[in-house]
Design a protein around this ligand. Structure first.
Ligand code: FAD
Ligand code: 5PR
Length: 378
């Protein structure tokens, strides 16, 4: 009975929007995703995913493609002034490193295979609590569920007037995808395990950091962090002499990064008074942008996309607004804690000490949002 299918309109075809779309479509909804960009592709470099998002990728049929071009490095190594602080093997934690384009392709394929309609060049300007959505083209549509997955500058959120607090951090980062060049790195530093993630920190006399993350056999993700107040450290294209003077062993890959324009991103956290309003729900950076320290921005986005789809599908006709409120009540606390912890790491730069993947720092990394018993008290 096609006419009884419920319909969702989603603003934003990023990691949050595509995950929600694939999940809802697999649960029987008809789904349309509106992406403002004229082409369906992603900018940006690499990403780390943990159990919370990998479980969701299992459920939406995307894990096989994801595994094909991703890796689990042997250890997460932390160095301070080139002295090893820790080499954490992350035993018992499921994690993968990969490129953003690969995650994007994987999600787009999963969404399309589930029957989602993805419309490029379609900009959403507003939504209303009763399920209406309007576009820059002047057109409008109506849905049983509207999802604002339109990123940190969300038009859906702002058109609803959701109050928010925005906190900016003093540090920021420029990210690159470069070739691995493992043989050249090995020649410069033979004792190093160049398949590890290596978090190279320098705090004294100057705060500069390179997070080195192999993403597959061919590609390496490097993130260059500096305070926004350091004009040379945050300059793009990067100041090659400055960076190689501090990280000489990374010269072969820094040279490639210096040929790319690059963009410096300041860290920010946004906290909303509420994530839902009537038939509208907000997920991803639209609802909970966070500092990248715990590598959980996309992870929490995908986790919340999945649990939203489950909650909306289970809701009886006419009771969706209440079901969305209950979804936020149950699912929001772990995201709030992950935002707070990521903000704390960004503020204190405590990651430079190493041995960080324990206790509440790995709560989201270990979480399984697809476990029906996850909210039971043990
Ligand atoms: P976005 O990726 O911003 O997608 C929103 C989409 O909506 C975009 O495609 C945009 O074009 C579209 N859009 C915007 N406005 C409109 C509109 N009006 N109409 C239609 N479409 C619209 N997370 C991790 O999990 N692991 C990591 O390792 C990690 N590393 C990070 C490193 C850095 C330096 C930063 C800054 C973030 C990192 N994150 C990481 C966080 C992660 O990138 C984000 O949390 C995630 O991409 C958010 O996804 P999203 O779909 O909510 O938003
Ligand atoms: N982890 C990851 C990352 O990309 C960054 C951080 C931590 C995967 C920076 O981009 O601490 O800033 C961080």
């Amino acid at each position: 009975m096609a006419e009884s299918r419920r319909h969702a309109e989603i603003s934003g075809g990023g990691f949050a929007g595509l995950t929600a779309a694939a999940a809802l479509a697999r649960m029987g909804w008809s789904v349309r995703v509106h992406e403002r960009a004229p082409e369906l592709r992603t900018e940006g470099a690499g990403i780390v995913l943990w159990n919370n998002s990998l479980q969701v990728l299992d459920k939406i049929g995307a894990i096989h493609d994801l595994m094909s071009e991703s890796m689990t490095p042997p250890a997460y190594e932390t160095r301070m002034n080139n002295v090893i602080q820790s080499q954490e093997t992350l035993d018992g934690i499921r994690w993968r490193t990969l490129t953003r384009p690969h995650l994007y392709e994987t999600l787009l394929l999963a969404a399309r295979e589930a029957g989602v309609e993805v419309v490029a060049g379609s900009e959403v300007v507003s939504a209303t609590a009763d399920g209406h959505i309007s576009f820059a083209s002047g057109e409008t549509a109506e849905a049983d569920l509207v999802i604002g997955a339109d990123g940190v500058g969300s038009a859906v959120r702002d058109s609803l007037g959701v109050p928010l607090k925005r906190e900016r951090s003093r540090d920021g980062i420029t990210r690159f995808l470069v070739p691995r060049r493992k043989a050249e790195l090995q020649a410069l530093e033979p004792d190093t395990e160049w398949d590890n993630v290596i978090d190279f920190w320098n705090l004294d006399p100057r705060v500069l950091r390179v997070l080195y993350t192999p993403a597959n056999d061919e590609e390496l993700y490097i993130a260059l962090m500096s305070p926004a107040a350091d004009a040379d450290g945050s300059r793009v294209p990067i100041d090659l002499d400055l960076w190689t003077s501090i990280f000489p062993q990374l010269a072969p890959v820094l040279e490639v990064a210096a040929e790319t324009p690059g963009k410096y991103y300041g860290y920010q956290t946004t906290r909303l008074d509420y994530w839902t309003d009537g038939k509208v729900a907000l997920i991803g950076d639209a609802a909970h942008a966070m500092c990248p320290a715990l590598a959980q921005g996309a992870g929490c986005a995908m986790q919340n996309a999945w649990t939203l789809a489950v909650a909306a599908t289970a809701a009886a006709d006419g009771e969706l607004p209440e079901a969305l409120k209950e979804w936020e009540r149950l699912e929001r606390p772990i995201t709030d804690r992950t935002q707070d912890k990521s903000q704390w790491y960004a503020d204190t730069r405590e990651m430079a000490k190493g041995s960080q993947f324990t206790g509440d720092s790995v709560e989201a990394a270990l979480y399984n949002p697809t476990d029906p018993n996850r909210h039971e008290v043990h």
